[in-house]
Write a protein that binds this ligand. Structure first.
Ligand code: SF4
Ligand code: SF4
Length: 303
């Protein structure tokens, strides 16, 4: 079977609107599995039920896609004015990715387009696209593909766009003619701003988040917990990102698909609490806020 041209893949991904693309070998990610097992055994993932499942598939992506050889990792920036953080006078804080159209659909569409064009050039190519919903160590694959490194706040940091990037992958059955390598001579260095900035002390060690303390999980994933102070966040939390020097100097997003649909700084507590389902569906129905629902957001505000 012919090798697929990695330069062609990367050029095409950028042409289709991704900001970054790299190519990695499918591999058995035993170190990541060991880290996950230790994280789970410390109960740091207690609020994320799905992290306990499909660990074998996370370790080896070939259990998800038969005969897989290559992972094409694509990233797109979503940094906007809202990513810079909030001032004390701003009422309700919302993570900046959630002010955009739900990225799952936008990125899936772009990946499907990439897959279609690749299949036209390489008819024997088979593959699947993934956006955040499948059990894949996607940040590790992004590292292997040379896109960035995993920061102390446990997110991928890219030199150009910081951590305000969303990832999508194509896992394919063909071998590439060349593979990328992890970046060298760049990383967090001595910095620990994200650890110090986290309002709940949820970054218990570098690259280890205790989700039972994390505001992002508490506003979205887990049941409301009256013992956790949400510090004004009503959906998600960007505190460990907006302090990061790489994010401060990162470029803003390029793609209009990631333009914010609303500005949380202009919506007061009172407006949120008075909102009805019709207005919520109209204004926020295509954003990630839909996942939590209006009632949950109101509960987060009342905390
Ligand atoms: S998202 Fe917020 S609460 Fe969670 S680790 Fe980052 S700063 Fe801490
Ligand atoms: S704030 Fe500092 S330590 Fe945290 S991810 Fe950014 S560079 Fe790394």
């Amino acid at each position: 079977m012919a090798n697929i041209d990695s330069k062609y893949i990367k050029g095409l991904a950028l042409e289709l609107g991704f900001d970054l693309c790299g190519v990695a070998h499918c591999a058995t990610l035993s170190k990541n599995e060991a880290h996950l097992q230790s994280w789970l055994s410390n109960n740091y993932g207690a609020s994320l039920e799905y992290m306990h499942r499909n660990i074998d598939k996370r370790r080896d992506v070939r259990l998800l896609v038969e005969e897989a050889k290559t992972v094409i990792v694509c990233a797109i920036s979503y940094k906007s004015d809202i990513s810079g953080g909030y001032s004390d006078s701003d009422g309700c804080k919302i993570a900046s990715y959630a002010c955009n159209r739900d990225y799952h659909k936008s990125i899936k569409k772009m990946l499907q387009h990439l897959l279609k064009v690749l299949k036209e050039k390489y008819p024997s190519l088979e593959g699947r696209s993934f956006v955040d919903t499948a059990p894949i160590f996607e940040k590790q694959y992004a590292v292997e593909a040379g896109l960035g490194w995993i920061g102390r706040q446990s997110l991928l940091i890219t030199p150009e766009y910081g951590s305000y990037v969303l990832l999508g992958e194509l896992v394919i059955n063909l071998t590439a003619d060349a593979y990328d390598k992890p970046l060298e001579s760049i990383g967090c260095g001595e910095c620990r701003r994200c650890i110090d900035a986290c309002p709940t002390g949820a970054i218990v060690q570098p690259m280890t988040i205790d989700t039972t303390r994390c505001i992002s999980c508490h506003t979205i994933e887990s049941q409301p917990d009256s013992n956790i102070n949400l510090h004004g966040w009503i959906f998600g939390c960007d505190e460990c990102q907006n302090c990061c020097p790489y994010n401060k100097k990162a470029r803003h997003h390029n793609s209009p698909a990631f333009d914010p649909l609303f500005d949380p700084r202009t919506i007061s507590h009172t407006e949120w609490l008075a909102m009805d389902e019709e207005r919520f569906a109209y204004t926020f129905g295509s954003t990630p806020l839909k996942r939590a629902g209006l009632e949950r957001i109101k509960e987060n505000i009342k905390k």
